[in-house]
Design a protein around this ligand. Sequence first.
Ligand code: UDP
Length: 247
Amino acid sequence: MAQPTLVSNGRHDGRAADALRPIRFENGIAPHAAGSTLIHWGNTRVICAVSIDDVVPRWMKEQSVPGGWLTAEYSMLPYSTVDRKARDISKGRLDGRSSEIQRLIGRALRASIDLTKLGQRTLWIDCDVLQADGGTRTAAITGAWVALNLALKKLQSLGKLPQWPIVEQVTAVSVGIVEGRPLLDLCYVEDAGAAVDMNLVMTATGKYIELQGSGEESTFSREELESLLALGRTGIDQLVELQNAVL
Ligand code: UDP
């Protein structure tokens, strides 16, 4: 099979440098979860589901920390990648990359919520990649925020939530420099060819929650960083509208 390549503007699919891939949400994909969505982000697809446990972690009880907790798990299904990815359970250990990504998702979502308004409960955010084509962590965060809102709306409709706990709208997008050009929202082929690769986790009001940026056998200047941040912000603004539309 021929290797996929980048077209002349550095993009795999001919998109404009500042264009996102087509994104849509399929809410209610996991009916037993309190809230769920399947986020379709180009050819990346991630199931995001929220389950609610009416207990808090033992450390919170021991330290008398008020309110609730939110934690996340991330995994790639074996058939989400071109070559089958063995399940962590069959290897007997959690993959380092998955561990890093699930901690990122947890931090991102905890920044969106006032945990003291949650009551004594734990929210489990499960993000399972159905199809991977770059940007699975940013899709997971963006979808998880939608699933979180659906779960909390359900809790509220049952009269179990005296105060609405969401304080920030959270979304995430990737940017990078490919063939010398800053690009928004890299697919796998673009990501693999990127000299600089960055993930932005931001609020709807333009505040940063996390920036993960690195030169891949390369360096980047302050000016390039600023152009990537500006490009990322245009993506975040569009994602905020898409999240609002589906809620
Ligand atoms: N990927 C893969 N197998 C892996 C890890 C990654 O096929 O074990 C691919 C997948 O398409 C993923 C992309 O490489 O989306 C980029 O991976 P990265 O670690 O940068 O995370 P992501 O961009 O998905 O957040």
